[in-house]
Design a protein around this ligand. Structure first.
Ligand SMILES: [Zn+2]
Length: 214
């Protein structure tokens, strides 16, 4: 049964890859830190709330806007880290892709951030979209690796949550949406990754963020 399931998932992923859409823009060339070394703040974003929903055009607009702001902040923070610690193997440019996938959530590999439309459908507002992008970019900034044990994986997730929240703040989004996002997920019973031992539970993630407010 498990083998059959795996094959189906693989076929779905292959079938969907041709529908991948790159929604990121070239960012970052104008984002060098100012003379005081502080990171330039983006202007605040007008509040967009409510469900993202399944309309692809709406999803694309929200992802494009959120990517533009978040990737700019991510690049600046990444560059600051490079300036301190030396060059980063994969550089500091990130790209966001939206995948027509009925499964899965978001993922990161080699500076490429992938978001599934099904996952976008379940998010509330542009700030949550921004946080998902920021969380995945944070994995890249922090040079997190994929093949690590579950203890390290759980630590990496909490680190990416904290830096992701910082990034959306720099991008001009309200940071309190992050804790609320995990609290909401913790309350929904069909939260797949909550039962995955490789990940902290959503309740743990909310609690961790509460311990160190932005
Ligand atoms: Zn993660």
């Amino acid at each position: 049964m498990k083998i059959v399931y795996t094959v189906i998932v693989t076929v779905l992923l292959v079938a969907c890859s041709s529908n991948t859409k790159d929604l990121s823009r070239k960012t970052g060339d104008d984002t060098s830190p100012n003379s005081s070394g502080a990171i330039a703040l983006a202007s605040p974003v007008a509040g967009i709330s409510g469900d993202v929903g399944e309309n692809k055009a709406v999803q694309d607009v929200l992802v494009t806007r959120a990517s533009e702001r978040v990737l700019k902040a991510a690049r600046t923070v990444c560059q600051t880290k490079v300036d301190r610690a030396g060059p980063k193997e994969e550089g500091c440019s990130f790209q966001v892709f939206v995948i027509d996938d009925r499964r899965g959530g978001a993922g990161y590999r080699a500076n490429k951030i992938k978001l599934s439309r099904e996952f976008l459908n379940r998010l509330h507002g542009e700030a949550e979209v921004a946080f998902i992008i920021a969380h995945e970019a944070a994995h890249g900034i922090l040079s997190h690796r994929h093949n690590v044990n579950s203890l390290t994986r759980r630590r990496q997730e909490l680190e990416a949550d904290a830096l992701g929240r910082e990034l959306i703040g720099l991008a001009g989004y309200p940071t309190d949406v992050v804790e609320r996002f995990f609290e909401r997920l913790a309350q929904s019973s069909n939260s797949a990754t909550s039962a995955d031992p490789n990940y902290p539970t959503f309740a743990q993630r909310a609690a961790e963020l509460r311990k160190s407010p932005p």
